[in-house]
Design a protein around this ligand. Structure first.
Ligand SMILES: Cc1ncc(COP(=O)(O)O)c(C=O)c1O
Length: 336
């Protein structure tokens, strides 16, 4: 909470209504108002201990940040709030502007939720094959969506957003989550510190998948400051065409400007099939209904655990980006 509270309080110093709104959300005690706003509920997610699924590695404790506890349902509430706050603070996001970005879904949902809470319209470009549930959620929040060719993935959506923004820059606030420092900084200020506090500083390994890379880059930068001995391992799909929604195969994708490939101690590939297998095991052995990308993160943790000598104790922490709720209609649940 500490860091977002600091961000909110920074906003308190700003004169406009939007900033006061954000400030109020963080300081109910100061304003005498009861309860907390939806925006103040972002972050501070539980760190879940996996009790059974990692039993092949008795010397390793596996923990995961349950990011679906964020009000928008995913890890992306954190960077979306950070980028919109940065826009409000600089004046780039002001009344009359529409929030515009390309997103495979979760960041769009976060923009749609926060935009609604702040009173800003939101327009999103996403690949037509993004899950049906994601599109329904965006519609429910009142966001405008533009579907781009599925075979071009998020890169096709990014190209089209850039064209639109270049044509009408005065109409839109385009945070560009792939290039905006507030994306990784949100994780630097919140996710990393929460993990450090929730493990009592016992974390030995941090493992996370790469999409925009914000989660991995920001969390790793802060954790390495807190303890340089923490090993940080990034994960990618093991092939350009994959079913890990939210992850990027960096070698063949548009490279996010915020991605720093020198940060990882190791970079591992995860197969979609392995993730589909683990997603069902997580549901049935742990009672956790998570997304394929969360299961893929656990697959990466198991690869890491396989390399940790039996005599060594380890605390491996990962991020479960979202729950299964947006993927329940997918076929893999039925496959054996
Ligand atoms: C489901 C899911 N998992 C993982 C990620 C990756 O997070 P990041 O963009 O911070 O690298 C995303 C990003 O959109 C996502 O939607």
């Amino acid at each position: 909470m500490v860091a977002f509270r600091a961000l909110h309080l920074d906003c308190l110093q700003m004169p406009t209504a939007e900033h006061n709104l954000l400030g109020d959300t963080a300081a109910p005690g100061r304003t005498g108002r009861t309860g907390r706003s939806v925006l103040d509920s972002i972050g501070n997610t539980p760190l879940l201990r996996l009790e059974r699924i990692g039993r092949a590695f008795p010397h390793v404790e596996f923990c995961a940040k349950a990011e679906w506890f964020n009000p928008g349902g995913s890890v992306k509430d954190r960077p979306a709030l950070g980028m919109l706050q940065a826009g409000l603070a600089s004046g780039a996001l002001r009344p009359g502007k529409t929030i515009l970005d390309a997103t495979s879904g979760n960041t769009g949902i976060a923009y749609a939720m926060i935009g609604a809470a702040l009173g800003y319209p939101v327009k999103l470009f996403l690949p037509e094959n993004a899950s049906h549930e994601r599109k329904l959620v965006l519609f429910a929040y009142g966001a405008e969506t533009v579907l781009t060719p599925g075979d071009e993935g998020t890169d096709g959506a990014i190209r089209r957003v850039r064209e639109l923004h270049a044509a009408e820059p005065e109409k839109y606030f385009y945070p560009d989550q792939y290039s905006h420092a507030a994306n990784w900084q949100a994780h630097y200020h919140t996710t990393a510190n929460e993990i450090w506090e929730q493990t009592g500083g016992r974390i030995t390994h941090f493992v996370a998948g790469l999409g925009t890379s914000g989660t991995f880059v920001g969390t790793t930068r802060r954790l390495k400051e807190l303890n340089p001995a923490i090993r940080c391992i990034s994960l990618q799909p093991d092939a350009p065409f994959h079913g890990l929604e939210g992850w990027k195969h960096m070698a063949t994708a548009l490279r996010p400007a915020i991605y720093d490939d020198t940060l990882a101690d190791e970079d591992l590939g995860v197969s979609t099939e392995e993730a589909y297998g683990l997603v069902k095991r997580l549901a049935r052995e742990e009672g956790l209904l998570v997304s394929p990308s969360a299961a893929a993160a656990l697959a990466g943790c198991f690869q890491v655990a396989a390399g940790i000598p039996r005599g060594e104790r380890a605390v491996v922490v990962t991020v479960f980006a979202d729950s299964a709720s947006k993927y329940l209609s997918e076929r893999f649940w039925q496959e054996t």
